[in-house]
Design a protein around this ligand. Structure first.
Ligand code: MF3
Ligand code: CO
Ligand code: CO
Length: 273
């Protein structure tokens, strides 16, 4: 597990604040009748305007056949994560829209003075919202998922463990009803890359009790919760992950720094403060 340098942590705070603002602006830009490709174009424009670059564009994983082609993941309704923006996909009334966005960012002066030094830092954050006409069960699902992220954040304390985060997320969700807690995808370390060690499940895993949280660690916590069963499948596009039983699902994510006093959520959106 990587401990970030004080300079990286400073850059993560600056870029996280920019990232949070970008995600809030992108959410406000989302309108009924718009294509998901239009959301991607706006995402890329907003990231470039901050002096950053889209961290997901060109991203490879072992599982997918081709690199991710876009700057934001747009996942609708029973789609959970990694939805590919498309000119054929239109946002409709009542859609549950999840936007997951990542940026690589470095302060300008460092890029120009030390061309050979790659000092960029990565942040990763997601929200889910409903376009018009919300149904009460969908509203509750979004609230539970958002609050489970807050429970995970509260548990992410120095001296505690990665297991404590999953335990907090899981017990909060279970206290709210019979929701599906996705097990196949997890939170993760972040900062020098989109995905780093350790992996951070949204359920209690006793084997992670010995992975301690220490000041200088940077992690992304991202509960993924469904109205139905927890099982997921990958769509034929090789990227989009959806609920196997087609149930509605939600995803919220923040990047945070573990400090000696607690933690700092760097990707807080202005609306959350
Ligand atoms: N943002 C995702 C996560 O939270 C990763 C997206 S990778 C991509 O871990 F290639 F699909 F964009
Ligand atoms: Co993530
Ligand atoms: Co993400």
């Amino acid at each position: 597990m990587l401990i970030k340098s004080p300079i990286d942590l400073k850059n993560l705070k600056t870029s996280g604040q920019l990232m949070g603002k970008v995600l809030e602006q992108l959410s406000a830009f989302c309108k009924i009748g718009m294509t998901t490709a239009a959301l991607d174009a706006e995402a890329e424009r907003l990231i470039l305007a901050c002096g950053g670059s889209p961290a997901f564009k060109g991203y490879h994983t072992g599982a997918a056949p081709a690199p991710f082609p876009a700057s934001v993941c747009v996942s609708l309704n029973d789609e959970l994560v990694h939805g590919i923006p498309s000119r054929e996909r239109i946002i409709k009334v009542g859609d549950v829209v999840s936007l997951d966005i990542g940026m690589k960012w470095a302060p300008k002066k460092i890029i120009s003075r030390k061309k050979n030094i790659d000092s960029g830092v990565f942040t990763d954050t997601a929200v889910t919202f409903i376009m018009g006409k919300p149904k009460s069960e969908a509203v509750k699902l979004l609230d539970v998922t958002r609050q489970s992220l807050e429970a995970g954040i509260k548990a992410a304390q120095p001296g505690s463990s990665v297991a404590a985060i999953g335990k907090a997320v899981e017990s909060y969700v279970k206290s709210q009803g019979n929701y599906g807690i996705v097990r196949d995808l997890v939170g993760h370390g972040v900062g020098h890359a989109v995905h780093e060690e350790p992996y951070i499940p949204n359920y209690y895993d006793p084997s992670l009790e010995n992975i301690k949280l220490v000041p200088g660690m940077v992690i992304a916590i991202e509960p993924m919760i469904a109205l139905g069963d927890w099982r997921v499948v990958t769509k034929p596009d090789g990227w989009t992950i959806k609920m196997k039983d087609n149930s509605l699902c939600a995803h919220f994510e923040h990047t945070l720094i573990i400090t000696n006093k607690g933690n700092i959520v760097v990707t807080r959106r202005p609306e959350e403060k």
